[in-house]
Design a protein around this ligand. Structure first.
Ligand code: PMP
Length: 361
């Protein structure tokens, strides 16, 4: 086997090795088909089975109720920043956005092009270190929907439970924590996520949308931007990312073998605890997020100086720990430890951190 390093990239990110190996075995010829998944029609019986399994796998893992549609779209999670207000923010209405980091800010920017936005809470002042408490959120009971980012990938801030929004539809960008732990799907009206962290390669966006929401969509939207097009055509209105959907199917199979989201959640919590314990062990490392808002997927921390952070990054890379540099907008260190990231990699990072502190502290 080719040697693999520990890949802490925030996304595209590490995929399960058994998935890559299965895809490699089937790359040139799908069993019984004689062609690659990338060479067959998206309208073939073979692909129909693949997309059916990918949808079924996600439904089973997440416990998606019957009255929700599961869609595989393109344009990344970023296009959802626009599609959501285009479809659900009426011209005479307003939508609530709770902003806990950089991606939520981007969602607000696009929504404002469509209509009125009420920023119900923003944690920008504190440098996006935590999610707000209920008393800090100023919700509008007449809002068209409430938008949250369940895990802010750049800052490493994650909601531990969804905010109480009453009857207003709750919409979530779950790009970087989908499938990392169990979620009560029925509490959300719409969940979206780019695939490239916990589900597969980039180029597919998962959208889970409750059926009754579709009635709110205006009739003048461009065909591709109207959720109803994708619901009515089962994500096959145009050519989808067939390869990406195929990998999602394999990832779901791998996840089921790990005991589903319950098993995955346990592993993820253990991995994250190892790292946060190392950060909290002394004063040298300083966690970015407040303890009760800490992400189990993106662990963000600082060192005493930027110079040390730079050295940490380059020495870590040389030691086979890749992708630890924080996002360019916030600096510091970010260890993304998605589902497929092995526990041994976290242990290796913890050892490296101890040694780095010993020689530089
Ligand atoms: N939302 C979140 C939480 C993200 O982490 C990302 C990508 N890192 C995006 C949205 C944007 O996703 P995409 O690149 O698929 O448009």
């Amino acid at each position: 086997m080719t040697e693999r390093i520990f890949n802490f990239s925030a996304g595209p990110a590490v995929l399960p090795l058994p998935v890559l190996e299965e895809a490699q075995r089937e790359l040139v010829s799908l069993p019984g088909v004689g062609m690659s998944v990338m060479e067959i029609s998206h309208r073939s019986k073979t692909f129909d089975e693949i997309i059916g399994r990918a949808e079924g796998g996600l439904r089973e893992l997440l416990g998606v109720p019957e009255n929700y549609h599961v869609l595989f779209l393109q344009g990344g999670a970023s296009l959802q920043f626009s599609m959501i207000p285009m479809n659900f923010l009426p011209k005479d209405g307003s939508a609530d956005y709770i902003v806990t980091g950089s991606w939520g800010k981007k969602a607000v920017k696009e929504a404002k092009r469509e209509g009125a936005v009420n920023v119900a809470a923003t944690m920008a002042d504190g440098g996006f270190t935590r999610t707000p408490g209920a008393d800090e959120i100023k919700l509008d009971p007449n809002a068209a929907y409430v938008h949250v980012t369940t895990n802010e990938t750049i800052e490493g801030v994650e909601w531990k439970r969804e905010p109480e929004v009453g009857e207003v539809p709750l919409v979530a960008d779950a790009s970087s924590d989908i499938l990392s732990h169990r979620i009560p799907v029925e509490k959300y009206a719409l969940i979206y996520a780019g695939a490239q962290k916990n589900m597969g390669p980039s180029g597919v966006t998962l959208v889970i949308v409750r059926d009754d929401l579709l009635q709110r969509i205006p009739d003048n939207l461009h065909t591709m931007l109207d959720y109803r097009t994708h619901v009515e055509n089962k994500s096959l209105y145009n050519t989808p990312n067939t390869w990406g959907i195929y990998i999602i199917d394999l990832v779901c199979k791998w996840l089921k073998g790990k005991g589903g989201l319950e098993g995955m959640e346990r592993e993820n919590e253990e991995k994250a605890a190892l790292l946060y314990d190392a950060i909290d062990a002394g004063d040298f490392y300083r966690g970015h997020a407040d303890p009760d808002s800490r992400s189990i997927m993106n662990v963000t921390f600082r060192l005493p100086s930027e110079e040390l952070e730079k050295r940490f990054g380059s020495e870590a890379t040389a030691a086979g720990l890749d992708g630890l540099k924080g996002h360019r907008s916030v600096g510091g260190i970010r260890a993304s430890i998605y589902n497929a990231f092995p526990r041994e990699g976290v242990e290796a990072l913890v050892s490296f951190m101890k040694e780095f502190e010993r020689t530089n502290g």
